[in-house]
Design a protein around this ligand. Sequence first.
Ligand SMILES: CC(C)(COP(=O)(O)OP(=O)(O)OC[C@H]1O[C@@H](n2cnc3c(N)ncnc32)[C@H](O)[C@@H]1OP(=O)(O)O)[C@@H](O)C(=O)NCCC(=O)NCCS
Length: 166
Amino acid sequence: MDEEQVELRPWSDGDLWLLKRLNSPEMTEHLGGPESEERLAARHRRYAGLERGCMYRVELAAGGETVGSIGYWEREWRGEPVWETGWGVLPEFQGRGLAARAARAVVEAARAAGRHRYLHAFPSVDHHASNSVCRKAGFTLLGEAEFEYRKGHWITSNDWRFDLQG
Ligand SMILES: CC(C)(COP(=O)(O)OP(=O)(O)OC[C@H]1O[C@@H](n2cnc3c(N)ncnc32)[C@H](O)[C@@H]1OP(=O)(O)O)[C@@H](O)C(=O)NCCC(=O)NCCS
């Protein structure tokens, strides 16, 4: 069977609707729950204005339908600057392998950016779909790490890493 191809389109001012759809209780179950309108608007401005890294709307190459979001951005990790990635696929498009394909495309985008050697992803340990995406996209599992997602709200995540120079 032919794989469905995806395209990454840099985040634009018209993409707030997508962020709103990705903010439902089911989409944010592993991310601490839906955000307020204010936080979402701030996130939208941040996505459109990232100086290091890039956020994208993901669309189907055939037809151009929007299926979700992905991106990479800078963070400090264990004392070094690295790239971090994260993704979301709208419920009606899930289960078709689209997130893994978008993740492979974002690996190439981060590699082309050239600034950092490593791209990390930190899905919570009990998030089957997202851990599966990391595995399918070729990330290596390094171990577990604790994150404070919201103040006082800790989750245990897996630390997956892709070596962009490998
Ligand atoms: C994580 C996410 C992006 C995966 O997207 P996707 O395009 O459905 O991913 P895939 O099609 O590659 O499926 C990944 C796995 O999840 C399973 N899965 C996906 N959708 C499913 C569904 N609706 N019901 C049951 N299983 C599902 C697939 O069977 C697959 O498992 P496998 O690899 O063991 O066969 C998507 O579930 C999502 O957007 N979740 C909410 C946002 C989120 O949590 N983002 C990640 C933050 S780290």
